[in-house]
Design a protein around this ligand. Structure first.
Ligand code: G6P
Length: 608
């Protein structure tokens, strides 16, 4: 989940490398660095922390050179300091790496015995020394690189620069994505097409095991064994414009406010607002009616979207759903149902665990579908069918609009499945679709509650622990609410099914531990009210998010109450997500954290 870039060009590349790194900063911002080759000398600048620190360093100490590599880091091995920042050097070689070299300990011992001195705690530095050791043995740079790739275990996207080759970068991919950009007298390497968008939209994606030689006027691709490969260049739709915050203080707030619009785009892509029919199921490469089970796998916020979808698929389509976080799914050796459907949800489409789960199901012969926001991503490319979320680029690390767009797609898909399986009648379908088309209107109403949520945030910002409770689809939403809060405010938060409170978490309740209860007036509202009574009876402070009907029927003392409009059941997770996001946002702003780039996190996680 670092970002890497390389340019073999016809002009000074350092400013271009920084421009590309700006677009890759979502992949990590623990440190950044660039290296260039000028007159046969490798030079580098590295800085701890965000890219802006590297930019300042480059102003004070500029780098020249027409060939160079760059890196933005999310630390795995070694603390985020300058020594551990990439590029790493050894003798005549400079290297940037995204991934984890799993056999780095054995390689490090071997290289130390040969006299190589390590200056960092990273796994990456072994790659630099290994290439250097093969050069020392007399191998040509290309052979030295190829031999190195054959020794590496783990995941890597690499770019290698050689002191003795002023017109060449070697790249390699095994796991994390790597794209080649084709320019005019200039060629590029980057973790994604967005990084290369200012330079070119002609992109070739490397496949796993591929490595490549990038020169100014020429690009060659080989497979792991060194056989030349033809990989088709595509025209990327990635925009070269950096998205800005508009009038908002943070990307996260901008993205929260975009939700009515992007939900509307996404829903109208799959639902006919005129006839109130779903057309998402029309061109599927399989028949929902013939499927016995469905598997969903995802990470983080996307996993909670999947968990909500499980309720929908089981309720509206009577289709049993197995759902796992992808890091568990990929190793738990689940028997794969023949003729089953596996659905993967990912904003970035690059999350390593989700991708590994997808490949596991693909090998098992399942139909593969993906709900993705980035259509050119690896997960999108490897799926049989893609269900796009039309959220647009999401910059804030804490996911907001991607989540509600994922829910928009998943609700539409569940309705299509229900129809195909004969569970939903034409009337049911029309009613549910009509209800979904109202989502943007309710989302706008929810945004009007921002000031009330900001007031509550002043109280939340004073606590160290907080619980979120919900039932039915609002239970996964409670977990998403807790995740949002901990991601950006660093307050410890847990989401629980409201009925599970009495089996343990209730022991935590006291006046220092507020409880956020998500309870629209649904068929189990009274049960949730009983759970709130249990909290109140123990001196707990309740922040209730309900609707007008729920507010009128609630009998429990609450410290704060947010009253949403009454709305159909299918809409509640989509719309109640907004107050949950706004509460987390304002709490983080009050606490003064870095809302868009919270500590320790990255937006795209390409390591397991
Ligand atoms: C990271 C991000 C989360 C995101 C998760 C899954 O942890 O910080 O916001 O939900 O990855 O990402 P994906 O791109 O697969 O949705």
């Amino acid at each position: 989940m670092c970002g890497i870039v390389g340019i073999v060009g016809k002009q000074s590349v350092a400013p271009l490398l920084v421009d590309a790194l700006k677009r890759l900063e979502y992949r990590g911002y623990d440190s950044a660095g660039v290296a260039t080759l000028e007159n046969g000398v490798l030079n580098r600048r590295r800085a701890q922390g965000k890219l802006v620190n590297l930019e300042k360093k480059l102003i004070a100490e500029p780098l020249n050179g027409f060939v160079g590599i760059g890196h933005t880091r999310w630390a795995t091995h070694g603390v985020p300091n300058v020594e551990n920042a990439h590029p790493h050097f050894s003798d005549n070689v400079a290297i940037v790496h995204n991934g984890i070299i799993e056999n780095f300990r054995a390689l490090r011992e071997e290289l130390e015995k040969k006299g190589y001195v390590f200056t960092s705690q990273t796994d990456t530095e072994v790659v630099a020394h290994l290439v250097a050791s093969y050069l020392k043995e007399g191998l040509e740079p290309i052979k030295a690189a190829q031999k190195t790739f054959q020794r590496l275990e783990g995941a890597y996207a690499l770019a290698i620069l050689f002191k003795d080759a002023d017109d060449m970068i070697i790249g390699a991919r095994n796991g994390p994505p790597l794209a080649i950009g084709h320019g005019e007298g200039e060629n590029y390497l980057g973790s994604d097409a967005i990084a290369l968008a200012p330079f070119t939209n002609k992109i070739t994606y490397l496949e796993d095991g591929d490595w490549c030689i990038i020169k100014k006027d020429n690009v060659e691709i080989f497979d792991f064994d060194g056989n030349p490969q033809e990989r088709i260049a595509q025209t990327s739709a990635s925009s070269s414009f950096l998205v800005d915050k508009g009038n908002h203080r943070h990307f996260m707030l901008k993205e929260i406010y975009e939700q009515p619009e992007v939900m509307s785009h996404t829903l109208s892509h799959y639902l006919d607002f005129g006839t109130c029919e779903s057309h998402i199921g029309n061109d599927l490469p399989f028949d929902f009616a013939k499927i016995d089970r469905m598997a969903i796998s995802a990470c983080g916020t996307a996993y909670y979207a999947g968990l909500i979808a499980k309720y929908w698929f089981e309720k509206y389509a009577r289709l049993p759903v197995d759902i796992d976080v992808a890091s568990e799914f990929r190793y738990r050796e689940m028997p794969l149902p023949k003729n089953g459907f596996a659905l993967f949800i990912s904003q970035s489409g690059e999350t390593a665990d989700t991708l590994a789960s997808l490949r596991y199901c693909k090998e098992g012969g399942m139909h593969i579908g993906a709900v993705v926001n980035v259509v050119e991503s690896t997960i999108a490319r490897e799926s049989d069918v893609i269900f796009r979320t039309l959220a647009g680029p999401e910059i804030g690390v804490a996911s907001t609009k991607a989540f509600t767009c994922q829910l928009s797609v998943l609700a539409s898909l569940a309705i299509a499945a229900g129809k195909a399986r004969g569970v939903l009648s034409d009337e049911d379908e029309k009613r549910l679709v009509r209800e979904l088309t109202e989502a943007p209107r309710y989302a706008n109403a929810a945004l009007k509650l921002e000031k009330d949520l900001e007031k509550i945030a002043h109280d939340v910002a004073k606590v160290r622990h907080i619980l979120y409770l919900g039932r039915d689809t609002n239970f996964p939403l409670a977990m998403e609410g807790a995740l949002k809060l901990k991601e950006i405010s660093y307050i410890h938060a847990e989401g629980y099914p409201a009925g599970e409170l009495k089996h343990g978490p209730i022991a935590l309740i006291d006046e220092d531990m507020p409880v956020v209860v998500i309870a629209p007036h649904d068929s189990i509202f009274e049960k949730t009210v009983s759970n709130m009574q249990e909290v109140a009876a123990r001196g707990g402070r309740i922040i209730l998010i309900t609707d007008e009907k729920g507010a009128s029927l609630n009998s429990v003392d609450t410290e704060h109450m947010i009253v949403m409009p009454n709305m159909p059941d299918i809409l509640t997770p989509l719309i109640y997500a907004l107050p949950i996001q706004l509460l987390a946002y304002h709490t983080a702003v009050i606490m003064g954290t870095d809302v868009d780039q919270p500590r320790n996190l990255a937006k795209s996680v390409t390591v397991e």
